[in-house]
Design a binder for this molecule. Structure first.
Ligand code: TRP
Length: 452
């Protein structure tokens, strides 16, 4: 099979850990996890989530890295190479395709949402003023109503993302993550301390950590599995592509454990920082845009030094989103350069153009095109549903089956290089628990009332 002769390799194991954490830590951790945890069981939810990460997320993360490293190529090539090596059908490469295309679909709306964050960063730097909850809501609605404003930030964000990719794996992706991720952690710690000092950390702590097992319903548990999936960037070939640049000697298991832990830690710290402020100013906790773009700005407006805090906060979210977006473009760009022989520069900007067009559609779905619906969902909703609810679980399932049942024990053992009991445990979980977990989530998605 064709792989380019001189493939890039991350400069160290830590570089790989950092870029993978960069992919994993994104909007999901910062604007979804804290509220899910707080409202759906507190520390009981955090424990369930950690269990989901350990039983479904981590084993799959390891499998994706393994396939990428063994296959030495973009998701399609990696699947073809490993399928050939293990005597499996070349059809398994469809999995690579689903991942690569799914990643681009995700990016088209991820970029628009990241654009909102940039708009708010700009507002924060130039003095964001919202006095009342009504103001805050209007401010957000005005943004959504303006295709030009949405489009401008979407364009800028995508250009930033593609610009990094165009520079290459080490000079682009690795360097960007080496700057952005430490900065992200630094800002996060600073904001948590500030929240502790200026906010109501006590209530925030209780909101996120009180053990409320009675709130845990099957549907909450399934939501936790789904979130473990999204937040670890699984099933879309992103991790496979990153894994393909990993050197032969690094331990996949160790590395994955770091990534899983870091993502959860970021979610918890972000939650404490955010909720200590929202509670201090008597605002209701919520999630998503309502939390980050409406409740928080209101808190910022009332706190001393709010403008500085707000600017740092939106910078934090932007860095998290940026490093995640980068990992969504890499699989396809790698395919274009390796299989099609297209120069990396052209491949990156060409891919950017395709995603940009789709993203423009997403921008319009909030205003001019808001009347066009499919199953009661606008374009944004359709893309989100299709990718995170259908493509990700299906392709995650296929990866688990491929690595667990098809690749064969000798090769998998050779690639993982885990001690005996740990290896057997991982392999067993990958073969039985992961597929079961995914099937349950999938049923839950298709028949929501079933699991209530
Ligand atoms: N993990 C990111 C987040 O939590 C989103 C993301 C980045 C992603 N790359 C991915 C999701 C690949 C699925 C597949 O925001």
């Amino acid at each position: 099979m064709s792989t380019s002769p001189a493939r890039s390799t991350w400069s160290s194991r830590w570089a790989f850990i950092l870029v993978t954490i960069g992919s994993s830590v994104g909007l999901g951790n910062i604007w979804k996890f804290p509220y899910m945890a707080g409202s759906q069981g507190g520390s009981a939810f955090v424990l369930v989530y950690l269990l989901c990460v350990l039983l479904v997320g981590l084993p799959l993360l390891m499998a994706e890295i393994m396939i990428g490293r063994r296959g030495r190529g973009n998701p399609v090539t990696a699947m073809l190479n490993t399928a050939e090596e293990t005597g499996n059908s070349a059809w398994w490469c469809v999995l690579g395709w689903v991942g690569m295309l799914g990643a681009l679909l995700i990016l088209s709306f991820y970029s628009v949402v990241s654009g909102w964050i940039m708009d708010y960063l700009y507002q924060a730097l130039t003095g964001l003023q919202v006095e009342t909850a009504e103001n805050a809501r209007q401010n957000f609605d005005t943004l959504l109503a303006s295709p030009w404003r949405l489009g401008l930030w979407h364009t800028l964000f995508l250009a930033m993302t593609v610009g990094v990719i165009a520079r290459g794996v080490v000079a682009g992706i690795e360097v960007a993550n080496k700057i952005l991720m430490p900065a992200l952690f630094l800002i996060l710690i600073l904001l948590t301390l500030w929240g502790w000092w200026a906010g109501d950390m006590h209530t925030a702590w209780h909101f996120m950590f009180d053990f409320k097992a009675e709130v845990l319903t099957p549907s909450v548990i399934l939501a936790a599995v789904g979130h473990a999936f999204f937040s670890l960037s699984l099933g879309m070939g992103a991790i496979m592509a990153y894994g393909s640049y990993l050197d032969r000697n690094s331990s996949i298991a160790n590395t994955s454990l770091w990534v899983a832990m870091a993502g959860t830690l970021v979610g918890i710290l972000a939650g404490l920082a955010i909720f200590s402020l929202t509670f201090r100013y008597g605002l209701a906790p919520s999630e998503g845009p309502g939390l980050i773009l409406q409740a928080l700005p209101l808190a910022f407006a009332h706190m001393p030094g709010g403008q500085v805090f707000a600017s740092l906060f939106f910078l934090l979210v932007l860095f998290a989103a940026w490093t995640s977006a980068i990992s969504l473009v890499e699989p396809f760009v790698a395919w274009l350069t390796e299989r099609m022989g297209i120069h990396r520069y052209a491949a990156a900007w060409g891919t950017g153009l395709i995603v940009w067009l789709l993203g423009v559609g997403v921008c319009l779905s909030f205003n001019l095109w808001s009347a066009y619906k499919l199953f009661d969902l606008d374009l944004f909703g359709v893309l989100d549903f299709l990718t995170s609810r259908i493509m990700m679980p299906l392709s995650g399932m296929a990866i688990a089956i491929y690595a667990g049942w098809k690749m064969g024990l000798p090769l998998v053992r050779e690639e993982m290089r885990l001690e005996a009991p740990m290896f057997s445990l991982w392999f067993w979980v990958l073969r039985y628990i992961v597929p079961t977990g995914i099937v349950l989530v999938f049923c839950h998605v298709l028949m929501p009332e079933m699991s209530k």
